[in-house]
Design a protein around this ligand. Structure first.
Ligand SMILES: Nc1ncnc2c1ncn2[C@@H]1O[C@H](COP(=O)(O)OP(=O)(O)OP(=O)(O)O)[C@@H](O)[C@H]1O
Ligand SMILES: [Mg+2]
Length: 345
């Protein structure tokens, strides 16, 4: 007999894991998927908020309709209205043809407002109005269109404290979080780490070359705190694949993004500091470069290459690229501008 928990642990979810904590999340997703109420998804960076949003949509009656994900932190402020609401031809200089915005594109489906805390206040007012009235007027249009979208939102920030500080509108906050869904950090469900490792390695490599993670390496992985959660685990494994010789990933192939704090694997406390992930690849390559070099030109070249690799790896998701590089989205934008890197380079 299939129990309810078998059903929610089935392959019908993108959010993997067999821990109690993740099963509770999947159970909640099943329940809230059938309603049309807005859901605010909370969780640390890399904990699976976007996956949860996609799972909600996939389990909802809207599954066959569009799922439109909008990274609110990645849209220039002056384009926001046009991007969200669309425009008529001639609405402004450069509006050569009519275009639909995110609301129209998500009609009958789901609109996922990712990094919602990044919305400027002026845009928050306009969004609230559209969500409440269920109507959207394209820029330059006379009439409003009735729009039916389910709103999901996500942020790794504490929205309540942003409301207190005055940078997020309270009315929009209440509107978005009719239902709140919290994702547990990976360190609160360490038992899922082996299963996630398996899924990640399968995704990266064809079956025949499936590498094995040694027991010692797995001990390290399970003991690490993963401040960057599942995304950091993906990064750690990807790096390990690049550095491992042969098909076994050993403990020395693992480079973590912050120091290990747990007793069993805390090499630092035994006087053998672990090499940080940044230290090995970058410094050896740099030191091999023969002199003379122009240091600024050389560094700009390295920076450009790393940014382009991160953009490629994240399929041009700037938030993700910034996190792969350990910098903020703002810093990434600034650096891309300085080095004149465009998303499509
Ligand atoms: N439970 C999970 N099962 C499988 N993969 C997961 C899980 N949680 C996260 N991931 C993977 O980790 C990565 C980060 O997930 P996602 O983008 O959903 O996180 P996020 O919470 O939106 O992160 P951020 O706050 O940085 O935007 C993705 O590649 C995703 O596939
Ligand atoms: Mg996200």
């Amino acid at each position: 007999m299939i129990s309810a928990s078998d059903a929610i642990s089935s392959a019908a979810f993108r959010l993997l894991g067999e821990s109690q904590a993740i099963q509770v999340v999947r159970e909640r997703i099943c329940k809230l998927a059938s309603s049309a109420a807005p859901v605010a998804i909370y969780g640390e960076s890399g904990s699976g908020k976007e996956l949860a949003a996609r799972d909600i949509h996939a389990h909802s009656p809207r599954a066959s309709q569009p799922f439109i994900a909008v990274n609110c932190g990645a849209i220039p402020e002056n384009l926001m209205e046009a991007e969200f609401f669309g425009y008529r031809r001639g609405a402004f200089t450069g509006a050569n043809e009519e275009r639909q915005g995110f609301f129209h594109a998500a009609h009958r489906g789901t609109l996922f407002l990712d990094e919602v805390a990044e919305l400027p206040l002026a845009m928050q007012v306009k969004l609230l109005r559209a969500i409440q009235e269920r109507r959207v007027r394209k820029l330059g249009a006379q009439r409003e269109d009735v729009i039916d979208v389910r709103i999901l939102s996500a942020t790794h920030q504490n929205l309540a404290s942003l409301v207190e500080r005055g940078s997020f509108r309270q009315d929009l906050y209440f509107r978005l979080q009719v239902i709140a869904l919290s994702l547990p950090p990976l360190r609160a469900r360490r038992e899922d780490i082996p299963l996630l490792c398996d899924a990640i390695l399968r995704r990266h490599l064809p079956l025949i070359r499936k590498p094995v993670i040694s027991a010692a390496a797995m001990d390290r992985l399970v003991a690490y705190d993963f401040p960057g959660n599942v995304r950091e685990l993906e990064n750690v494994l990807e790096r390990a694949l690049a550095f491992s010789v042969g098909t076994v990933i050993g403990p020395d192939d693992l480079y973590f993004e912050s120091p290990i704090r747990h007793g069993v694997v805390d090499d630092a406390s035994r006087g053998q500091p672990m090499i940080s992930n940044q230290a090995r690849p970058a410094s050896t390559d740099l030191l091999r470069t023969s002199l003379p070099v122009s240091l600024p030109v050389h560094l700009a070249g390295v920076e450009r290459e790393l940014i382009q690799r991160a953009l490629g790896q994240s399929r041009f998701n700037r938030t993700r690229a910034a996190s792969l590089l350990g910098i903020s989205l703002r810093q990434l934008r600034y650096r891309m501008q300085r080095l004149t890197i465009h998303d499509t380079d």
